[in-house]
Design a protein around this ligand. Structure first.
Ligand code: FSX
Ligand code: SF4
Ligand code: F3S
Length: 382
């Protein structure tokens, strides 16, 4: 990174941190975490800081259909530093049924005005599945059917993002026998869209996708199901903190047994980590500390990012092993819980210039072992 570039990035950080009411260091750390989430090399956090400062915030129209609003909730509950502040700073949320102050005709007028003023430039985010049975009569907003609204709003959008499993592949509302014909955004539009599945999805995956659009002017690379590869490129099982127990054949056999209490692998309780692509173990949820993700909390992964797994297979059913080849490196079994946060782990991974995933896991465990070593040191002066 050149001196000028670094100075510009620091200036940008000052401007944005003023705007957000957070410290410069905290803002840069978040940029580093976002860069690491995206798997970008060291130095990318400076480009992100500059893009967040300079870019005209892309207008976003956010539609809600058949869902529980958990996707929006998870964005707003994140607290590092106040993720929703950054999201609302990065994008211009022109229409969002559960967040906007306007109601009724006013709200619909705001949507139409933004779509007209930003024709071909706005991002359409869809949360929730779309019922198509019986002409789509089972979900209406402002008297309009969901199926018509999504088609109308997608027509002039620069990009369409399906957030959550409901919008990505039907999710919970499409559970058999699917009486309303709940369908995904891609099925209704008849074209591929970017999908951020998860019930709810991790807010960082949405933030990183939005920041990628802002920084590079295009959406990130996706897999065959439209999922950004930076977030859904690896199986949960590949980066799971209990993976070493799996490899050693140590399993919890029932909830509350000794193995369960000792943090053994949850495979025999039906964990779907071996057939589910997502970065949950590496980035965690809610910024409340170490291990805050389903398996970290002692519950098997139900495969919420995976069509045909969550809400289809029984929770207790053992997973199909998608990949039985051991990875090159394993997370260590660490009994003591360290204090390394997601952001510092991700920042470490970014500094190492490594992709998110195994590297972030490694960095987090490095943090733990470092904390363990410090604990073992005698206090100064003794
Ligand atoms: Fe809920 Fe979103 Fe699940 Fe669906 O998340 S958390 S039911 S994926 O659309 O609101
Ligand atoms: Fe982790 Fe589940 Fe894999 Fe066990 S089966 S290592 S708990 S992802
Ligand atoms: Fe969902 Fe499994 Fe992650 S249940 S939140 S994909 S660990």
């Amino acid at each position: 990174m050149t001196d000028t570039f670094l100075r510009e990035a620091l200036d940008a950080a000052d401007t944005v941190s003023d705007r957000l009411g957070i410290g410069r260091r905290e803002f840069l750390r978040l940029c580093a975490a976002t860069a690491a989430t995206l798997g970008l090399p060291a130095g990318a956090e400076a480009a992100i800081a500059k893009a967040v400062e300079k870019a005209k915030r892309p207008p976003v129209i956010w539609l809600h259909f058949q869902e529980c609003t958990g996707c929006s909730e998870s964005l707003l509950r994140a607290e590092h530093p106040t993720l929703e502040k950054l999201i609302l700073d990065v994008i211009s949320l022109d229409y969002h049924e559960t967040l906007m102050a306007a109601a009724g005709h006013q709200a619909e007028a705001a949507r139409k005005a933004s779509m007209q003023a930003n024709k071909g430039k706005y991002i359409l985010v869809v949360e929730g599945a779309i019922p198509v049975r019986d002409g789509g009569i089972y979900c209406k907003v402002g008297g309009r059917k969901a199926i018509d609204l999504v088609r109308e709003c997608a027509a002039d959008a620069a990009a369409v993002i399906a957030i959550g499993s409901c919008a990505s592949w039907g999710g919970m509302p499409s559970t058999d026998p699917n009486p309303t014909g709940s369908s995904s955004v891609g099925e209704v539009l008849g074209k591929a869209v970017v999908t951020i599945p998860g019930c709810p999805p991790n807010p960082y995956n949405f933030l990183a996708t939005a920041v990628h659009f802002l920084t590079f002017g295009k959406l990130p690379e996706v897999d065959a199901l439209g999922r950004p590869k930076f977030a859904y490129g690896r199986l949960v099982h590949e980066n799971c903190e209990r993976r070493a127990h799996f490899d050693a054949g140590r399993f919890a056999m029932e909830f509350g047994d000794t193995g369960h209490r000792q943090g053994y692998c949850l495979y025999k309780l039906g964990c779907k980590g071996p057939e589910t692509y997502a970065n949950c173990p590496t980035i965690g949820f809610g910024d409340v500390g170490e291990g805050n993700w389903p398996v970290g909390c002692g519950h098997p992964c139900i495969g919420c990012t995976e069509k045909g797994v969550a809400f289809t297979k029984p929770i207790h059913q053992v997973a199909v092993m998608k990949n039985v080849v051991p990875p090159l490196s394993f997370p260590r079994i660490v009994e003591d819980q360290g204090k390394t946060s997601f952001a510092s782990a991700a920042a470490l991974a970014a500094i190492a210039g490594a992709a998110a995933g195994a590297a972030a896991m490694l960095a987090r465990n490095l943090g733990k072992s470092e904390a363990g070593r410090q604990d073992a040191q005698p206090p100064k002066g003794e």
